[in-house]
Design a protein around this ligand. Sequence first.
Ligand code: PMP
Length: 360
Amino acid sequence: MSPQVLDNALGAVGHTPLIRLDKIAKENGLKCNLLGKVEFTSAGGSVKDRIAKAMVEAAEKEGKLIPGKSVVIEPTSGNTGIGLAMACAIKGYSVIITLPNKMSLEKEALLRALGAEVIRTPTEAAWDAPESHIGVAQRLQREIPNAIILDQYRNVNNPLAHEFTTGPEIVEAVTSTPSTTARPSSQKVDVIVAGAGTGGTVTGLSRAIKGKHNPDCVVVGVDPKGSILALPQELNVDGNGSQYVVEGIGYDFIPDVLSQEDVDVWLKSSDDESFLAVKRIMRAEGLLVGGSSGSALAGALRFLKSDQGREIAQTPGKNVVVLLADGIRNYMSKPWFLDIAMGSEASPLADTISKILAKP
Ligand code: PMP
């Protein structure tokens, strides 16, 4: 499509690039194509802009939102909130976001900058406790006139946004890129890997890709250790059940919008492997992705080294797509990011620089 003038920032939601991760593929001995769907280029900076836009537009069509009057309340790990606050700033609805304490300062600051009220809630509160981010949102909705919770955990427009936009964009990019001798391609999506929070992304991607494009595609869901979204259940006993640091993936309940059966393989991720993968994506590929993108990449690499994934990994032209859900600018104040950026690793140039600068 040729460039056009967009009506507002919502026109810049989605339409994200699919980018080869050639160096990471090579250093892991992969012969398949490893491709990253880079969602931080969306207007609000994450894959969740898509569902925010879809949920607001659907509610408007149903007459549930009144500009200047409606108050949109949403419990979120931040990115859905940013997408909603952006949509509501444009359309003239007030916004209240309930956000667990563990989520980054950057997300809170962005939400406030977009005009939203932010209420922090205890991270350790069970999802159905009155003090959790979900509980507080419900309490506020009951008392605030014209308040509405669009409810990403139950709203069908969450998985639908990915079935209708994220998935088709991936399929279009893969099918319209020709196969050449230098760059062979099956022109199919052979594996798709995504982290799961609400599960809307992985569910919608599965329906778009397995359901309408390639029934043999392997859908890999990544769930952090300490969360309970993975199947079979036994997988969820690993780790110590303690809180994990990665934001946006994992829950202590199964959201309605997650269809666990639409996922072929579930893998559990650790914080350490996620942050190490973020570092590799930045250093090797120059892509400024967030923590859950590292979880997805670590999961993809583990799958491709497993008995089930090895053949795909070693077949030139197979396309393995990893969903990179948000960007590092959401996490720049987090200790794990500062470790990556300012860590004590010796730079090969440090010696040379200090010798030059020490000269009189
Ligand atoms: N990564 C990040 C950074 C997120 O904010 C989210 C949304 N919670 C996800 C992954 C998972 O997306 P979904 O809710 O669609 O499962």
